[in-house]
Design a protein around this ligand. Structure first.
Ligand code: SF4
Ligand SMILES: [Zn+2]
Ligand SMILES: [Zn+2]
Length: 301
């Protein structure tokens, strides 16, 4: 199988883009697609400093590599969630990557920030661990980006993630969530701008990019992800993609084209959390502070 662009042997076939790519052209395509999204959605300029949220997985470490290769100034942020061995291993991948590339990595530990890790939170609080985890991560990532004076917080959400989220939001016709699903969300008071430069890149492309660039990452999934709805939605989309290549990219791009016609979500009244001062739609303390308080009240083990 020949590369679409040169006589070299292709290592990846992308049916949705009608391309067969050799290592050199695959790396070039991935970086070009990320740059295209950054420019198209005006995510940030080369003069701005970016904070990349890294989990130790292929997407976030791949994103960090892409941004530095494209000449952007990007520091990393790793949140040690205290999820047993998974957190220890994923942290190691981030630290090794930062060391090998001479990059700055900030590390926040949930046990220090909140007095408990996610495993204890999952045992103590009712509700899905991922719902608590998502709220905690959003809070800490935003606070770190805002306090660190970064122009934007970049996350490694790829095409497969975004298409699955879109399918979930569409199945519920959740107009509020649909209105908020966009590759760039603007900054506000104490709110960092949020950007997703990998929206046009599939999981397969990110796996191949990391392999070709020698980026080592954690293969295991978080133990709390077992049975997650997002995995089920991804599986459905993969089956559709097999039968009709380009389903995911068409689904997402068509949505982004009509996104500005969606009714704007209700203006959330934002208050300053009385405990930490960060913005929250809640009347009293923000969700992070409420989880912290709840964990402090639990009976000693
Ligand atoms: S799978 Fe759930 S618990 Fe695990 S890191 Fe993701 S959101 Fe957090
Ligand atoms: Zn080629
Ligand atoms: Zn708070």
């Amino acid at each position: 199988m020949r590369c679409t662009f040169c006589p070299s042997e292709a290592v990846l076939r992308l049916r949705h883009a009608n391309l067969r790519l050799c290592p050199e052209h695959l790396v070039a395509r991935v970086e070009k697609e990320a740059e295209k999204a950054i420019r198209e959605f005006r995510m940030f300029s080369p003069q701005e400093k970016i904070l990349v949220a890294v989990s130790g997985g292929k997407d976030s470490l791949g994103l960090w590599a892409i941004l530095t290769r494209l000449g952007y100034t990007a520091d990393g942020l790793y949140i040690d969630l205290g999820i047993g061995d998974y957190s220890r291993r994923s942290r190691e991948f981030c630290e090794v990557f930062a060391r090998e590339h001479g990059l700055m990595l900030h590390v926040l530990e949930l046990r220090k920030e909140l007095g408990a890790g996610l495993d204890e939170i999952a045992e103590t609080l009712r509700g899905e661990p991922c719902a608590h985890c998502g709220a905690i991560k959003r809070y800490l990532m935003n606070r770190a980006a805002w306090e660190g004076g970064y122009a934007a917080l970049a996350t490694g959400h790829n095409l497969d993630d975004e298409a699955a989220t879109l399918l979930g939001n569409t199945l519920r016709w959740d107009l509020e969530y649909l209105a908020r699903q966009y590759p760039v969300l603007p900054e506000g008071p104490k709110l960092a701008r949020k950007v997703k430069p990998l929206v046009y890149l599939s999981e397969r492309e990110m796996v191949a990019y990391c392999l070709l660039r020698g980026i080592r990452y954690i293969y295991e999934e978080c133990p709390h992800s077992v049975g997650a709805r997002s995995l089920f939605l991804k599986d459905i989309l993969n089956r559709l993609e097999d039968a009709a290549p380009s389903t995911k990219i068409t689904f997402l791009k068509s949505f982004l084209r009509v996104h500005d016609q969606l009714p704007p979500g209700p203006e959330a009244e934002v208050h300053a959390c009385p405990s930490c001062g960060m913005p929250t739609a809640a009347r009293g303390p923000c969700r992070f502070c409420r989880i912290k308080e709840r964990m402090a009240q639990r009976a000693p083990a």
